[in-house]
Design a protein around this ligand. Structure first.
Ligand SMILES: Cc1cc2nc3c(=O)[nH]c(=O)nc-3n(C[C@H](O)[C@H](O)[C@H](O)COP(=O)(O)O)c2cc1C
Length: 183
């Protein structure tokens, strides 16, 4: 069975991106096993603590990435970019597993990664998706298809993600492309 790891780019419980990830999981159904990465205990990155024994939460996150055939990142937009907590996690995951000179590849090297985002109506997550594509594409194999959801203004009041038909079609197309990409 294909193993997928979903990473939600904010710590916002049941936030919009977490809800989009749940929608994607529903569309995937029984065609893959989907796990969500809990990275709340990953500390701020520092080169002073990465070797010889990285923090347990970092080792757990690395193991989850290694075990996944593909990783899907659902990212909010903070100031036209991705949130700092996500960058911190990706910085950890981008590092080699052994110190210089025995450096080995990071767990993100050549990993198949998809991206999607939910943000306000002005950008439809274009800021976070553009920057995330650069960051992820630097090491990993990035799925060209992506979903950028523009929230309806009233969603900020209800906290509920309601996808319109176009957004549902975009997400569904990304799901199908991702399943082919990681197969
Ligand atoms: C620090 C901060 C910066 C934000 N900047 C943007 C932005 O640049 N563009 C945007 O559309 N929404 C922005 N927002 C609003 C987020 O889209 C909104 O908080 C959303 O709920 C975050 O996604 P989440 O619920 O998945 O965590 C910002 C929110 C915060 C907290």
């Amino acid at each position: 069975m294909t193993q997928l790891l979903f990473i939600v780019g904010s710590l916002h419980k049941n936030g919009f991106n977490a809800q989009l990830a749940e929608e994607a999981k529903t569309l995937i159904g029984d065609r893959a096993d989907v796990k969500f990465l809990d990275y709340t205990d990953v500390p701020f990155f520092s080169q002073d603590i990465e070797f010889p024994n990285p923090p347990a939460a970092v080792s757990a996150a690395r193991k989850a990435v290694v075990e996944a055939d593909g990783v899907w990142i659902f990212s909010p937009e903070y100031n036209y970019s991705y949130p700092g907590v996500l960058k911190n996690l990706l910085d950890w995951l981008s590092r080699p597993l052994e110190p210089f000179p025995a450096q080995s590849a990071s767990v993100l090297a050549d990993k198949k990664v998809a991206i999607a985002g939910v943000a306000g109506p002005r950008t439809a997550a274009a800021g976070t998706l553009g920057k995330l594509a650069e960051l992820v594409g630097f090491q990993s194999e990035l799925l060209p298809e992506r979903t950028g959801v523009a929230l309806a203004p009233e969603a900020f009041g209800t906290g509920k993600l309601e996808l319109n038909d176009g957004q549902k079609a975009e997400l569904s197309a990304e799901v199908e492309a991702f399943l082919k990409f990681v197969a």
